[in-house]
Write a protein that binds this ligand. Sequence first.
Ligand code: F0G
Length: 355
Amino acid sequence: MPSLLERYRDFLPVTAQTPLLTLNEGNTPLIHVPRLANALGVDELWLKFEGMNPTGSFKDRGMVMAMAKALEAGAQSVVCASTGNTSASAAAYATRAGLEAVVIVPSGKIALGKLAQALMYGAKLVVIDGSFDDALNIVREMGQAHPITVVNSVNPYRIEGQTTAAYEICDTLGGAPDYLALPVGNAGNITAYWRGFTRYFERGHIASRPKLLGFQAEGAAPIVYGQPVCHPETVATAIRIGNPASWSYAVAARDESGGLIDSVTDDEILAAWRDMARLEGVFCEPASAAGIAGLRKLVGAGRNDGKGRFVAVVTGHGLKDPELAVKQFAAPEPVAADLGTVEALLGWEASVAVH
Ligand code: F0G
């Protein structure tokens, strides 16, 4: 399988000079999930499992493009602000490209797996006493004042790379879905999907474009409220963002597609998160369940009739945030290491000894 930049080079800003960087990103599974569809009350549902990318999130699609272009332009170092996944991806691809990476993250709110990644891939990690939005402001200023390339989605190559997920969905399904549901944080991904579907539509690869259904966490829903949120809070730390960089693009994507951007509560996110794992064996990080939580909310309230083909974007892997997963359950107490005790614990009848 050719790399992502090679496969979709006609749709990307790839030139003869662009290094074809890769960690084998993209080509992620599109999983048919009839049990989850039934539980939600929708006809046909697929999960685009972006957690299967090399660093465990959709960010790798944009990062490979941004890093290749940084390399092409002769950059030596890159910087990003992050709620965790962007920093993991930037750190990995910078290493791959032979560039130095600086990542700036809010203190105490980064899922453990993501922190481990940034450290292991060898980024310079700066933890600030502030929010993601504060970190992004610092990064923008650093980009102006120093010879360093910003690889947040304010870098246009990030959005371009992320359009590839829309192409893959259409290529796999043989057309566009009717609806695409996804979480919204800094709003780069909803922007990228709309651009991707639109490009495929304009070049005649698909006959229609989906309605985009974006979901923010209730405590971090500036687009829904129509104003920035100064102190965003949500259990879904990946989308704990109060002033999204791609706000106006997200609103355009929503309106041009005839879709919506709504909010879901933390409880709705956590319920959808558990259901995805228990009903279909798809373990994602909490923020990634916002699309499914939102679909359930819309169909449950009769705001969507559930008819047609739905794709939900599952943005990051469950192993990013193992602490929160384990906290959902009572810790099992160790018991004596013999068959009888295990049988009794499971409520089974004692087995007859075989001699
Ligand atoms: N899901 C996950 C797992 C994310 O990490 C993010 C964003 C989103 C959804 C929202 O995507 O920002 O394009 O609207 N994470 C960024 C980060 C902010 O720093 O990793 P968006």
